[in-house]
Ligand binder design. Structure first.
Ligand code: GRF
Length: 222
């Protein structure tokens, strides 16, 4: 059911908000999955911290509301995060999806959406968090990398894992060819993870406590 007077809002479906900073190929994958019925959700708003993010144009073309919220217009990080949270809450967003959003999410947003912010990361976490994960994996020489969708917490790419998929690293890969193959998997994985998280009840994504144990050689090393 579409909203009143062609507002573009589908109130019958769970609302999601997508935060981007750049080209928006994961955003496009989410919109495609909704269009072809693999994902039952309604993108209520796409927000970018950069007004020139190419992904904003994809959203506009799909008839989705967009908002550029530039951090330099806000006196503090708290005020910026408050504005983000307000924009999402006022559109009835239930799940926030970071899709190439190049900012650390602050406590204000985490408090407003507890266990309801997702991120997609181009490595098999906890390996290679942070920037240029594909290059990090390639430089390390791992034989398998991949993509991870995880719940966002206060750390860097550190929250509980929802879904992962492996991508082999080929002998003749460059960071770019590896990144391209990982991106294909990200675009498949992210809509699936969003769908899981919107399921009723959502899956339990756990971080099991590590028992305190001494590793071989640790005693001598002390
Ligand atoms: C993706 O590789 C994603 O894993 C990472 O940032 C990139 C965003 O790409 N977090 P796009 O903007 O979705 O094309």
């Amino acid at each position: 059911m579409r909203g009143p007077s062609g507002s573009g809002v589908d109130e019958g479906r769970p609302g999601i908000g997508v935060l981007i900073s750049g080209r928006g190929s994961n955003l496009q994958a989410i919109l495609e999955a909704i269009r072809d019925g693999r994902l039952n959700a309604d993108v209520r708003i796409v927000i970018s911290n950069r007004a020139d993010a190419a992904g904003l144009e994809h959203a506009r073309r799909a008839g989705v509301e967009t908002l550029a919220l530039e951090p330099r217009r806000f006196a503090t990080r708290e005020l910026y995060d408050r504005a983000l949270a307000d924009a999402l809450v006022s559109r009835g967003v239930r799940l926030v999806c970071l899709a190439g959003f190049m900012r650390i999410v602050g406590p204000e947003l985490l408090k407003t959406f507890p266990d309801a912010i997702l991120n997609v990361h181009p490595s098999l976490l906890p390996a290679f968090p942070g920037l240029e994960a594909q290059r990090q994996a390639w430089e390390y020489g791992v034989k398998v990398s991949g993509a991870t969708v995880h719940i966002v917490d206060e750390g860097l790419d550190s929250g509980p894992i929802v879904l992962q998929t492996a991508v082999p690293v080929l002998d003749d890969d460059t960071p770019e060819t590896l990144a391209a193959r990982i991106l294909v998997q990200e675009r498949r994985l992210y809509p699936e993870a969003i769908s899981l998280m919107l399921a009723n009840p959502p899956p339990r994504c756990v971080r099991r406590p590590r028992p305190a144990r001494e590793l071989p050689g640790e005693r001598q090393a002390r």
